[in-house]
Design a protein around this ligand. Structure first.
Ligand code: NAD
Ligand code: UGA
Length: 450
């Protein structure tokens, strides 16, 4: 199949490379010349495990190329639209300007019989509303994407399910389904479930899935507060309830909460769209999840303050910045999750920034996100290794659960700092091992007290 992917960000670049890897002839289009320039040279402009390899394989096989010119997509049979749908400035709604612009620019170049497939996450009703932008030249369907950053290739090649949202005309719907089946032939042959629905259902499946994941995380974080108040252990609790197959253990990781370019903006946009439709219940449920989630960041800062002021020898300060002014804080992790360099709405970066604003001397490390952080927050000091960050720190804060932090040697680190206070905001360290090495270990939501 000849395929175009319009928008080559986290989603589009992965989709383009993955489709080329299954034998399709793919062109990726993006309006950002810097991003496109990197991709053209076989460089991935963000961190995604395995993507550079897949990209170079596709390019050297002659099945994958990139262009800034939408006209170069003219011969494609299937066009995937994977542009950004960020939160609108000053509101909760999704900004659909990029999707509209992409469809408008594509319309004059569509070949007869081509299919346009929306992959971006959009509010329900978008496909029906925007289909006329194609001037009747092609059918517009929606095929939402469920990949996770850090696992994007595997999630694309081996998804849990495929969802096709097709239009009302039965013949056009059948043609669309046939084309999508040809694109996803390897997945279908491997038995991946395929759900064919109307476009509204497909759009809603996507935002409901993200909303459910967000609710699950906020649920466990709300329970974590009760654990902290009673000395209970939220990790063991999550293991125990997670054994119930109806609940499941995944997405019950308590700590600093969710961030990133999707869950936060998607739950807000879902609530806003539902309210437009006169349906308030989902919005109020998700607003509470959002509130609980954002509260985790504040709780981490407050826990650090309390822990620092209870440390032996802590200098009580009457300054406005309180206990944090002048204190050296080692921040481990800045990306919104491990195996990604994405700092969009990163809880870790937000805590690091708040600490710096409160007067702390923040020394941060992240295995991959530092270049993005240096561009976005030049005022934060970043160092090359976790050990460098920890030297002489009054406290160590683990904000993203990178594997290399789980594998740190607490005894070796203890020798480099007299203070030995560690706040594990992702509950990813072994409290017993750190305590045995002389650290005052605190978790967020469990072991909050020394
Ligand atoms: P992104 O910002 O990384 O990438 C979007 C790209 O689209 C950018 O490179 C931008 O330059 C390009 N673009 C914008 N307008 C364009 C136009 N008119 N023509 C060509 N290119 C254009 O965003 P992303 O994270 O890849 O997300 C894209 C969409 O996919 C969003 O709706 C998001 O919610 C959804 N999604 C993302 C993920 C993920 O893990 N990132 C997973 C599933 C769904
Ligand atoms: C999420 C969904 O998992 C994907 O299915 C979806 O396709 C994607 O959003 C999207 O629509 O873009 P992603 O944002 O890449 O994927 O990352 P997740 O693994 O979902 O993590 C999101 C956030 O939740 C991270 O900040 C992570 O640290 C946090 N999280 C996750 C927790 O706090 N606890 C958990 O148990 C799991």
């Amino acid at each position: 199949m000849r395929i175009s992917v319009i928008g080559c960000g986290y989603l589009g670049a992965v989709h383009a490379a993955a489709m080329a890897s299954q034998g399709h002839d793919v062109i990726g289009i993006d309006v950002d010349p810097v991003r496109l320039g990197a991709l053209r040279e076989g460089r991935v402009p963000f961190h995604e495990p395995g993507l550079e390899q897949l990209l170079s394989e596709g390019m050297s096989a002659g099945r994958l190329r990139f262009s800034t010119q939408i006209a170069d997509a003219a011969t494609a049979q299937v066009h995937f639209v994977a542009v950004n749908t960020p939160q609108r400035l000053g509101g909760d709604e999704a900004d659909l300007g990029y999707v509209e612009a992409a469809l408008r620019s594509l319309a004059p170049h569509l070949a007869r019989g081509a299919l346009v497939v929306g992959k971006s996450t959009v509010p329900v009703g978008t496909a029906r509303r925007l289909a006329p932008l194609l001037d009747g030249r092609a059918e517009l369907v929606w095929n939402p994407e469920f990949l996770r950053e850090g696992h994007a290739i595997d999630d694309t090649l081996r998804p849990d399910r495929l969802v096709y949202g097709v239009g009302d005309d039965p013949d056009a719907a059948e043609r669309a389904q046939t084309l999508l089946d040809a694109v996803y032939a390897p997945q279908l042959a491997a038995g991946v479930p395929r759900i064919v629905a109307d476009r509204e259902t497909a759009e809603l499946v996507k935002v409901s899935a993200n909303a459910f994941l967000a609710l699950k995380i906020s649920f466990i974080n709300a329970v974590a507060d009760v654990c902290a108040a009673t000395g209970a252990d939220v990790n063991l609790l999550a293991d125990a309830i997670g054994h119930d197959a109806r609940i499941g253990r995944r997405f019950l990781g308590a700590g600093l909460g969710f961030g990133g370019g999707c869950l936060p903006k998607d739950i807000r946009a879902f609530g806003a769209r539902a309210a437009e439709l006169g349906e308030e219940a989902i919005g109020s449920l998700l607003r509470e999840a959002d509130r609980i989630n954002l509260g985790r960041r504040h709780r981490a800062v407050e826990l650090l303050r309390t822990a620092l002021s209870s440390e032996p020898g802590a200098a009580a300060s009457a300054d406005q910045g309180g206990d944090l002014r002048g204190r050296r804080i080692a921040v481990l992790g800045l990306a919104f999750k491990p195996d990604s360099d994405d700092i969009r709405d990163s809880p870790a970066l937000s805590v690091a920034t708040e600490l710096a604003l409160l007067g702390a001397e923040v020394v941060a490390h992240d295995p991959h996100a530092v270049p993005k952080v240096r561009a976005a927050r030049p005022e934060l000091t970043c160092v090359d290794t976790a050990a460098d960050a920890v030297v002489g720190a009054d406290a160590v804060l683990v904000l993203t659960e990178w594997r290399e932090y789980r594998e740190l040697d607490p005894a070796a680190l203890a020798a480099t700092t007299p203070a030995r206070l560690v706040l594990d905001a992702r509950n990813c360290l072994d409290p017993a091992a750190w305590r045995a090495a002389g650290w005052d270990y605190r978790g967020l939501g469990r072991h909050e007290q020394a």
